[in-house]
Design a protein around this ligand. Sequence first.
Ligand code: STR
Length: 510
Amino acid sequence: MWELLTLLMLILTYFFWPKGKCLVVKYPNSLPALPLVGSLPFLPRHGHPHVNFFKLQRKYGPIYSLRMGSKTTVIIGEHQLAREVLIKKGKDFAGRPQVVTLGILSDNGKGIAFADHGAQWHLHRKLVQATFALFKDGNQRLDNMICQEISLLSDFLATQNGQPVDLSLPVFLAVTNIMCFICFNFTFKIEDPEFKTIEHYINGIMDALGQNTMADIFPILQIFPNKTLEMMRNCVQMREQCLSEIIEKYKENFSSNSINTMLDVLIQAQMNSGNSNADPDQYSKLLSDKHILSTIGDIFGAGVETTCSVVQWTVAFLLHYPQLKKKIQEELDQNVGFNRTPTLSDRNHLLLLEATIREVLRIRPVAPMLIPHQAIVDSSIGGYAIDKGTDIIINLWALHHSEKEWDQPDKFMPERFLDPTGNQLISPSLSYLPFGAGPRTCIGEMLARRELFLFMAWLLQRFDFEVPDDGHMPALEGIPNVVFQVEPFKVKIKVRDAWREAQAEGSPQN
Ligand code: STR
């Protein structure tokens, strides 16, 4: 009788024991958690989340977990573990958590950035990569276009006659136009109503994401009126209207004989999907007009917000380090001079400028916690078990500010990316992933690096940046939103004497 009962107990235990949670499996250290609210009461209320998570590493180590509502989130703050998540086991962790605000933004997981792992994400990512391949390194059409936009920006700045200016709007116009060119092969003027609409909806989306609504942790709250979700819905609707008008007009002149833009690539794939043999229904479901719109919306938003922010961070740091600015200008004067404007081939010679951009991306990463990942299967990190469905945050801030990896990590030192002779760029640490890595790595890295180099080279060749007469220095603490933005600031932009003199001699030709 007793034997039978024991056997029955053993069988029942086997079937009801939670999968993957057997006694020998080790889970990451966990912050305390209460029922319902999880670890929320134990998280610091003030300060930047990436800095707070970095500080918690002292107590909990480079991998630890916390609970948010009913979800488990694992925080990673060391490059070996980050590389395991992003690269070595990239496929296991290629999912994205689905939260309410991002669900609205991505029209239920369409597009690329916030789409979960699956056929739709994969297809759209491939198509966008195919578009970037049209503009690959050495593509004069894109480089000329970027330079043309920067040239217009420079001409505008030259008219400001040393007045303090906020660079946000003029830079926003330039980068928006670069994205417009890549997506649709046209550009806006600052007074165009569509440009105003785009500016309005992108800012609104950024503001809504910056509110960190509780509905993302407790989805049940979305049934109550919620200003943030309302704002997000309005902006997404505005985006849909604006982009669908552009797309409809564009389709009238589409020709499969000339594929030059992202929209060409997407429309062509949509048309082919209709006559594809391989399960046509399945394929065309992934390429509806709504899917195309979401992908274009993602690429647009990503391309604009990020570059705009890094250009402004770079100017802000150069205002704090005027000696560095002078040295970059000397490098420009020696290698480019004033008879021509900088081109991408100067990247091999303007090493201090390149090192400065790399340092800005280290000390103020565009996405200090990347975008959260999610385990799509049961897996492990650093030997710790990770259940399917667990959210993973890579704390890039921790990687970029690790004392173990960087000499004086809080100090802005572009020289760290140069060898002692200053003649070669170096990678001083593996703990540096400004664009992420693996299957979810940033698709726009190549474009971003080209833009950042050209913007800064052109502006520094022609202008001096100075602190306005009121002595207001830009704050360098930053505002952590989905993009780590610099607080708005003004800069006095003056045409350099050397540039003016060279122009008087009639040499520059731009
Ligand atoms: C900016 C605002 C917008 O209109 C659309 C998007 C969607 C893509 C987002 C982008 C946002 C902000 C920057 C992101 C980008 C995807 C990749 C990029 C988050 C919200 C970064 O990882 C920095």
